[in-house]
Design a protein around this ligand. Sequence first.
Ligand code: HEC
Length: 142
Amino acid sequence: MPLLIAAMVFASALMSATAMAAVDAKHGEALYTARCGACHSVADNGAGPRHRGVFGCRAATQPGFEYSDALRQSGIVWDEKTLDRWLSDPSAFVPGNMMVVRLANEAADRADLIAFLQSVSQGERSCKPGTAMPAAVSSSQP
Ligand code: HEC
């Protein structure tokens, strides 16, 4: 039995090492469901705006969502850098915005979440595209 537990601990250590090494959109999806799902979904506005197509969009341009003036006037285009800053600390990046939660303090988790948001941003897009489109699709996409 102790052997089995040791093996499990080793396996999970190995898995988190792998997760840190490579950006993992599947892990990002699980994080998204667990941490963001109370307010967000890909398809529908809720307490937070829908996220279909958000990567590469101007901030605060999903139709039908009542954004704060702070986010509307931010001029942000969502890409790896801006999403990373937003998820690190939304209030520091856009003072006065309505998303006050910090739910992705680990850089690896943010990278996975961003890869997931990028994966749901190919094709159909409901928000307004940014002026500077980021380089498409990372090679780690399935
Ligand atoms: C407690 C509710 C809540 C949670 C949990 C939450 N958000 Fe938000 N989010 C919001 C709200 C509200 C806004 C709109 C902010 C504004 O208008 O100022 C927003 C805005 C955003 C935006 C900008 C969207 C746009 O159209 O410009 C992104 C990206 C985002 N959230 C990502 C996330 C991610 C990723 C998570 C999980 C780690 C998360 N949010 C968790 C409430 C939440």
